[in-house]
Design a protein around this ligand. Sequence first.
Ligand code: SAH
Length: 355
Amino acid sequence: MNLLNHLIARIDIDGPLSLADYMAECLLNPKYGYYSTRDPLGASGDFITAPEISQMFGELIGLCLAQTWLDQGSPAPFTLAELGPGRGTLMADMLRATRAVPGFHDALDLHLVEASPALRQLQSETLKDYAPNWHDGIETLPQQPLFAVANEFFDALPVRQFLRDGIGWRERRVGLSDGALSFGLGPIVEQSALSHRINDTQDGDLVELCEAAAPISGAISERIAAHGGTALIIDYGDWRSLGDTLQALRNHAPCDPLEASGMADLTTHVDFETLCVAAESAGCAFSRLTPQGVFLERLGITDRARALAAALQGDALKNLIAAHRRLTHPDEMGNLFKVLGLYPATATPPPGLQS
Ligand code: SAH
């Protein structure tokens, strides 16, 4: 048995799968799922993320959260949380950079929301000095001030896709054609969750719906509204998604999302409006959606790069310059990736996210 055979057997019994069900199987099937079984990150993996590009990313995120913690009166104890921590690199850089912030480490409880046993194992090695607590979901995070980060977490959540047809929608589904996986369309149905998209779409447009995103944003926001804190959500996407943004990556190259099921990373662009609507109804404020490059420049990435550069030469210096460019330049990650801050309605936005 492999994932493809498992999917074919499931489709034979249940009929075509929604794209969300297909993504959930590919990414998180306990036996064959992409994240469940491997470390996908880094040069030897399938894709590379900002914290894996340079330590500067995690350092600045850590200092941003610590400054927000100071601005809110240094609440103790508090939850320092990461959603989808990958190898633990981002959190390790955040913790190292904040060691000198008075009281921050003494007051923090470290909590990691991670679905993958393989990555939990890696995180336990990277973060062994900080006694992390792991969670399957957000609901079990403690009811106390919450300072959280999520980098490339929401883009890994399963989405459904719908094609506009008149005033109804046809769901894009994964079925079988001549024994192979293939995309098809379901019957026209009304979708109350997409009623807000009737005014900004036309016949034939495709929109994506991530049903898991709003409850997660809502649960984070409830804690922040009730106890204080902030969340930094960094991902690729925009205010509203339009069109098919499903992307499969294997060995750093795009591939067909229906090929290599369970062996490629699958992501879609994040629809930040969904996160903000859920945050607002849970009583939280949200910042302006800010390009990653602008955010990192405001936090002082160029000064940090200069300080690191002073001790480097040759290839190490070239790599640092390339990493700075990759994280900030509009032609690289600087514009595609956005940063959203959630914070108490009575507070100001975190550093780097003020309008
Ligand atoms: N934040 C890291 C890793 C991003 S990859 C970085 O920037 O390098 C996505 C991460 O989210 C992985 O750790 C993956 O296992 C985790 N993940 C994906 N879907 C999840 C889910 N539904 N619940 C919890 N963790 C999930």
